[in-house]
Design a protein around this ligand. Structure first.
Ligand code: ATP
Ligand code: MG
Length: 405
């Protein structure tokens, strides 16, 4: 017996969720369900709605626990009202399945942006970080953890009055999912590429582990890959996270100091979200040290306009292949990896060393347009003669034009 009315049924466009929310179109989908643009009939407004928790395959008791967990996390998230948090409006049941109803933010996620641009300038990354840290500082003050801070959950408004404003979404969702799926407390929630070392080693998430995850997301936005590098295998990624061995950053510029502090393997040595927020904002030269300006202004390029990457993302310039809220090239990693399937590093449980790094990565080479012109040695032998004839003909035409002029 399962807790779901019909485990194989999948909602589609025009479906009316809980008699109130009419599904319009898909906004995207990550590791935990599809996000829909929907219309709230009662309040006559657009909302984003997501069925992240499926009771399919669970027995009645487990299904009920899942519903309660979803409701609890939804209620927690609904207590937050920061300008940099995607508001949670409602948690509702439809056919026995919990759906989350959120503020609709016309936006692109940082993961989508990075899939397109690879990296972002330091001042824009600092402002993204300060705005997310502001939301998180408020959540931490209220005793609420996010549990899955990563580029896929950082949204940047790309249209309308809020264009250029940064908001964090999906508060508590991985907990509601992860804590239940295992049926016990040996689940790790979060995304391996952005997880703090102590969480990868089985300790509970904390305010400090969220500072690490935010640092990891900002590191990825500057370096083009997360601090532990890219690995197809989630378990091996968890192993690297557990060891706390980050790849030394090469492109973090003025953010190097604050990011290294946020990525400290020892959670006790990391700054709080509030301190990180101030330190990130202080690195932005144009802001003149004003935290208020950094938090209240939308992201801007040096010409004062909304950055071109935001406009390109909204114009549909997204590159395919960044599912699951990961940065470009990184495969989607599961939200929850059972602790007993994660290989334990040697000495697990012992205090982590303060700083351990892997071999330095070679500096990136700037791509030059000349590199795209093939050398004669690269032209296939059978194309050499036609290429030479073409070149001679071109030279003759140019010489004749010069003589005639
Ligand atoms: N509140 C929202 N308003 C508008 N668009 C949203 C909203 N929430 C999510 N989206 C869009 O839906 C996409 C998918 O979000 P989703 O949370 O499902 O994926 P993810 O964060 O990449 O993965 P995960 O399932 O692990 O959270 C986002 O990248 C974003 O473009
Ligand atoms: Mg998400």
């Amino acid at each position: 017996m399962t807790g779901s009315d019909n485990p194989t049924w999948v909602a589609g466009p025009d479906y009316l969720v809980a008699g109130r929310y009419r599904l319009r179109s898909k906004l995207g989908g990550g590791g935990m369900g599809t996000v829909w643009l929907a219309h709230d009939k009662t309040l006559d407004r657009d909302v984003a709605i997501k069925q992240v928790f499926s009771t399919a395959g669970l027995d009645i008791e487990e299904a009920q626990q899942l519903r309660e967990s979803a409701m609890r996390e939804g209620r927690n998230a609904a207590r937050l009202s920061n300008p940099h948090t995607v508001s949670m409006y409602d948690v509702t049941l439809d056919r026995g399945e919990p759906w989350l109803v959120m503020e609709y933010l016309p936006s692109c996620s940082l993961a989508q942006v990075l899939g397109m641009t690879g990296t972002l300038p330091t001042d824009q990354v600092a402002q993204i970080g300060a705005q997310v840290a502001d939301a998180m500082a408020e959540a931490h003050a209220g005793g609420i953890l996010h549990r899955d801070i990563k580029p896929g959950n950082i949204l940047i408004a790309d249209r309308g009055k809020l264009a250029g404003t940064v908001k964090i979404s999906d508060f508590g969702i991985s907990r509601a999912n992860g804590e239940f799926v295992a049926g016990d407390d040996t689940m790790i929630t979060g995304t391996p590429a952005y997880i703090a070392p102590e969480v990868a080693r089985g300790y509970d998430p904390s305010e400090a582990s969220e500072v690490f995850s935010l640092g990891a997301a900002l590191y990825a936005a500057l370096e083009g890959q997360p601090p532990f590098g890219i690995d197809d295998d989630a378990e091996s990624m968890m192993d690297k996270a557990a060891r706390g061995e980050i790849v030394p950053p090469q492109h973090t510029g003025p953010l190097t100091d604050v990011l290294l502090r946020m990525l400290e393997p020892d959670p006790k040595r990391r700054p709080t979200m509030t301190v990180a927020r101030g330190a990130l904002a202080a690195t932005i030269p144009g802001a003149g040290g004003s935290l208020e300006y950094v938090l209240n202004s939308p992201l801007r390029a040096s010409d004062g306009r909304i950055p071109v990457w935001v406009r390109r993302a909204s114009a549909g310039g997204r590159r395919a292949g960044v599912p699951g809220g990961t940065v470009g090239g990184l495969p989607p990693a599961p939200q929850s990896v059972p602790l007993d399937r994660v290989p334990r590093p040697q000495g697990s449980g012992e205090p982590l060393p303060l700083w351990r790094t892997t071999a330095p990565v070679p500096p990136r080479k700037a791509a030059s347009p000349w590199e795209r012109i093939p050398l004669i040695s690269e032209i296939p032998r059978d194309k050499l003669v036609p290429a030479a004839v073409l070149a001679v003909a071109l030279i003759i035409i140019v010489v004749m034009i010069v003589i005639m002029v």
